[in-house]
Design a protein around this ligand. Structure first.
Ligand SMILES: NC(=O)c1ccc[n+]([C@@H]2O[C@H](COP(=O)([O-])OP(=O)(O)OC[C@H]3O[C@@H](n4cnc5c(N)ncnc54)[C@H](OP(=O)(O)O)[C@@H]3O)[C@@H](O)[C@H]2O)c1
Length: 412
């Protein structure tokens, strides 16, 4: 039985579900609905821990989103989720709720408990001290410094450890953290607004607005989960965008008991020749702007830095910004987990052809822009059918009168 003092986690709202990709409501609800009359199993409790972890979607970075449920004699005695980096992990919140009921309890946690002194003390020590007898971790920590060491400590203390319960869902909730730990680059989501005939801007560069306000509010939810928003200087010159998360425009909710502070994502601008205007609107807004350039012009660099930007010169042999190195810098120096690309056809095409885009989110408006307008991805190297990039579409849904398509490129 579920402890009556613990409020049930409400089901995902339509809005919440619509704006969080790639995890779907079905994936969350199926383990619960598959459980028979009162017979809860490991999948049930792990699904609950995942639902708790999801509450941290907007606030835990650079840490992963994690949740924890403590169960003793079929009763949930404690639960928690990691809220903000530097604050207690999910296990510590759950132990605080359970108090002495943690003795001989099973701990369901969405990521292997940490065993090192990071910003907070090790969770393994706390679990051992509390007298937990079994730990079920959805997946091992991908951080090579930590991976499997937490499990080893628990085993050494005589605790039974099981892993692999809803591991796919646990990884999907943290695509950026897993990508950064495994491949030293962020998970990159490319968002594009297009017409039904696949156009993203008029020949003049004009592109405001192709989609409706509903779609733009949905984009705010994707921004809220991102550590950084990446744009090209062409977009800055054409649209002077803010590239911020605006809480009053968010179309989704996270069922939080108290509101969390949403950190403004790092704004990253690719600007080969340092053409960024020093009075660009974003430079006076909350949050940090990072400009990657191929230029070493000290005068312009000084002006932009005085206006509040950080300027990084990172040219490749073609005297353009080195895109793979940029991704590596974002991961290693700025601990960026998820990047939201909001770029035009040239940069989107360049990132795609380098295999740097992991997810494509297209908002398709029911309009036609004609063949003079600019395309979706500029990919001049593709000339034959055997060079085309296949996509795996994972979600399609209506957002107001637009359609949102979520897909993963399949790189050959
Ligand atoms: N519909 C939509 O969803 C959407 C979204 C965003 C923007 N847009 C529209 O797209 C247009 C501008 O797009 P943008 O700012 O992303 O791109 P952009 O103006 O084509 O390029 C921006 C910067 O990226 C550099 N760049 C381009 N290709 C590169 C490569 N292969 N390697 C390294 N650097 C490269 C450019 O340098 P070079 O000078 O060397 O080329 C330039 O400094 C605007 O008209 C905007 O309104 C539409």
């Amino acid at each position: 039985m579920i402890n009556s003092k613990i409020p049930p986690i409400p089901p995902l709202t339509k809005d919440e579900n619509a704006s969080i990709s790639p995890i779907s409501n079905d994936e969350f609800s199926s383990p619960i609905s598959s459980v028979g009359m009162g017979k809860f199993n490991d999948q049930y409790y792990m699904a609950r821990a995942l639902r708790l972890a999801k509450k941290g979607l907007w606030s835990t970075e650079p840490n992963p989103r994690t949740g924890c449920v403590l169960v003793r004699d079929g009763e949930i005695v404690g639960e928690g989720w990691h809220q903000v980096a530097g604050e207690p992990h999910a296990e510590i919140h759950a132990l605080a709720m359970a108090k002495e009921k943690a003795v001989e309890a099973t701990c369901y946690v969405t990521l292997e408990p940490c065993c090192h002194h990071g910003r907070t003390p090790p969770c393994t020590d706390a679990l051992i001290k509390a007298g937990v007898t079994r730990v079920v971790a959805a997946i091992t920590d991908p951080n090579p410094l930590v991976s499997k060491k937490g499990i080893e400590q628990l085993l050494k203390a005589g605790i039974t450890v099981d892993t692999g319960i809803l591991s796919h869902e646990a990884e999907q909730l943290n695509p950026g953290f897993f990508m950064r730990m495994r491949h030293k680059r962020p998970y990159i989501r490319c968002k594009l607004a297009m017409s039904l005939d696949g156009r993203t801007a008029m020949a003049s560069g004009e592109s405001k607005w192709i989609t409706s306000q509903n779609a733009r509010r949905d984009v705010q939810c994707l921004r809220a989960r991102s550590s950084a928003i990446l744009a090209g200087v062409g977009t800055v010159l054409a649209d002077d965008p803010q590239l911020t998360v605006r809480e009053n425009e968010l179309s989704c909710k996270l069922s939080l008991e108290k509101p969390v502070v949403i950190k403004q994502p790092l704004r990253v601008i690719i600007d080969t020749h340092l053409s960024m205007p020093h009075d660009a609107r974003m430079l006076s807004l909350p949050g940090q702007t990072l400009i990657f350039t191929a230029s070493y012009n000290k005068t312009i660099k000084g002006i932009l830095e005085k206006a509040g930007a950080i300027v990084v010169s990172q040219p490749n042999q073609e005297k353009r910004v080195d895109l793979p190195v940029l991704c590596q810098i974002l991961a290693e120096e700025y601990e960026v987990n998820e990047v939201q690309m909001e770029t035009g056809a040239n940069l989107s095409g360049a990132m795609l052809s380098k295999g740097l885009i992991d997810e494509i989110v297209i908002y398709m408006a029911p309009v036609l822009m004609g063949n003079k307008a600019r395309g979706l991805f500029n990919l001049p190297e593709i000339e034959h059918l055997n060079q085309i990039i296949p996509l795996s579409i994972v979600d399609i849904r209506a957002i107001g009168h637009d359609w949102r398509i979520t897909a993963h490129p399949i790189y050959q």
